[in-house]
Design a protein around this ligand. Structure first.
Ligand SMILES: [Fe+2]
Length: 144
């Protein structure tokens, strides 16, 4: 639990996910294990299934060379969800034009204490702490 809190505080305080507040990042006591409503429908439409989206973002995130981020973003021009990776602290929107919805920090400092150098295990465990309600709120805001 301490590692989880450290991860969440790190994600908010240190890195590029600038528009988050502790209230948004710290998860509620009971997390939904899948995206709600329209976000789930968009994921199914753009990736085939929730599982396929998770596989794709995990592959992109694990594949980052060195430090960086894996992202689920929204493409306002196409109206579709996209997955992308950014090296180091490069901002998603500034480098790809995508609006960030969910970011996975794969800088080693984000996971080394708990997962050592096994980045795939860390990325796999991310799904246990994602606040899908918050991601869905970001999705709704991005569509406006
Ligand atoms: Fe980081």
């Amino acid at each position: 639990m301490v590692a989880l809190l450290l991860f969440l505080l790190h994600a908010c305080a240190v890195c590029e996910f600038r528009f988050c507040s502790p209230k948004q990042v710290l998860p509620p006591l009971s997390l939904a294990d899948c995206p709600p409503g329209e976000l789930m429908e968009a994921i199914k439409c753009d990736f085939g299934s929730f599982e396929k989206m998770k596989e794709k973002i995990a592959a992109v995130s694990v594949g980052v060379q060195g430090s960086g981020w894996g992202w689920l973003g929204f493409n306002k021009e196409s109206g579709r969800l996209n997955i992308a990776a950014c090296p180091n602290q490069d901002p998603l929107e500034g480098t790809t034009g995508l609006t960030p919805l969910l970011g996975i920090d794969v800088c080693e400092h984000a996971y080394y204490l708990q997962y050592k150098n096994v980045r795939p295990d860390y990325v796999k465990a991310i799904w246990n702490v994602v606040n899908w309600e918050n991601v869905a709120e970001r999705f709704q805001a991005a569509k406006k």
